[in-house]
Design a binder for this molecule. Structure first.
Ligand code: FEO
Length: 399
């Protein structure tokens, strides 16, 4: 049975939700699922915007057949070749053998790598600024390299004023029947997952996202159709404001994110006391245990906060494994413009502070405070003044 939604009379969402996905891209926990969006334009020609992940292929093909209502499929536009959108392209061609593929040269190369020269041979290539007319609707193509892969492009329909934005403006979370962002309380209920999606999937490529936002700013946009998450038809400017912050590594809040790795609770105790001292000073704090909370959530919260605290026990003469993984991931995601404070613990040879400082050294325009607080097994009453000083320093940098 089909499950589709109309965006316009001649533009139909034919994607599907996956609520059984444990790890998106094999890494990112997806407790609320994810949607793979695909859009069918019914003009003089029929045009499909991207396919879906294999996991939801059966539902997608039912949706597509229903929306086509007996018409043949003329074109597939590939905006992004990552398999969560292109994995079913080969099956699409088997089912609709007359379909032609519109994509750029980089996507054609990836089609051949993932599938076959035969699939690549049916491509009609487009470049930046080129257009294709399908009847009433004309799509113009906008290259958006590294948002999130090098071949990514967007397209703009001058008739409906719809921007097909590929991964940009997506979010984690199944749609659950709600297609438009205004059908949910997005900025209350969904923004955290949108931030986690952005920061982990394209957070590394802020400069390229800024370039894509500049291109999009020149367009008269009435609809934004991303490959994951909601379609935007109102309040899109509020979402763009968030993207401007995230893409420029600008904190959303004057808050502190505390992440700690603690085996027997002593490092956690110091982190808790620092949190109390910060809150007493009027600073908003969010805390995470790296052994319990997935790194993707802590990375997302690190993009949100202005200052970061990492507290870790020493383990096997290194940083505790979950903290070490988090810090490397944070560096890989290119976070910038932050102030960082460190707390280390070690019963006989505390070295985690020095090692955390080394891992975080590549972060651009980031200050790691000199005053690492060192615990030998447990925080002593005589050390409370050190946490007071750290809280004062963090409050000062956020002022
Ligand atoms: Fe949703 Fe980069 O793929």
């Amino acid at each position: 049975m089909h499950c589709t939604r109309n965006i316009l009379d001649d533009l139909i969402w034919v994607g599907a939700d996956d609520r059984r996905l444990v790890c998106f891209e094999g890494v990112y926990a997806c407790p609320a699922g994810v949607s793979y969006n695909s859009y069918l334009l019914l003009d003089e020609k029929t045009v499909l915007m991207d396919t879906v992940d294999k996991a939801v292929g059966p539902q997608f093909f039912e949706n597509l057949a229903h929306a086509l209502n007996g018409r043949k499929l003329d074109y597939l536009v590939i905006h992004h070749m990552e398999p969560d959108h292109a994995a079913t392209a080969e099956e699409l061609v088997l089912r609709y053998p007359e379909v032609k593929i519109i994509c750029n040269a980089k996507s054609q190369g990836l089609l051949e790598q993932f599938f076959s020269p035969e699939l690549a041979a049916r491509c009609e290539l487009v470049k930046e600024g080129e257009s294709r007319c399908f009847g009433r609707h004309t799509l113009s193509f906008i290259m958006a390299p590294m948002v999130h892969w090098p071949e990514v492009m967007m397209s703009y329909d001058s008739e409906s004023k719809a921007l097909f934005s590929a991964d940009a403006f997506g979010t984690f979370g199944a749609l659950n029947g709600r297609l438009f962002a205004d059908e949910t309380d997005f900025f209350t209920e969904d923004l955290d997952e949108a931030r986690r999606y952005y920061t982990n999937i394209v957070g590394k490529y802020g400069m390229q996202v800024v370039a894509a936002l500049k291109k999009a700013a020149k367009l008269d946009i009435a609809l934004v159709c991303p490959l994951h998450g909601y379609v935007w038809r109102r309040d899109f400017d509020k979402f763009v404001e968030k993207y401007q912050l995230w893409a420029t590594y600008t904190p959303e809040e004057k808050s502190v994110m505390i992440a700690y790795a603690s085996v027997y609770g002593h490092t956690e105790q110091a982190a808790n006391l620092l949190a109390c001292k910060l809150v007493e000073r009027g600073v908003r704090v969010r805390m995470f245990d790296t052994s319990v909370v997935h790194a993707s959530t802590i990375i997302s919260e690190s993009f949100r906060a202005g200052a970061l605290v990492f507290a870790s026990t020493t383990y096997n003469m290194g940083v505790f494994v979950t903290m070490e993984n988090l810090l490397h991931d944070l560096v890989a995601h290119n976070l910038q413009n932050r102030t960082v404070a460190l707390i280390e613990n070690g019963s006989w040879s505390p070295v985690s502070g020095k090692l955390m400082r080394e891992i975080l050294a590549p972060l651009k325009n980031t200050t790691i405070l000199d005053q690492t607080v060192t615990l030998k097994s447990a925080l002593k009453p005589s050390q409370e003044a050190e946490l007071d000083a750290l809280a004062d320093a963090l409050k000062a940098v956020l002022a």
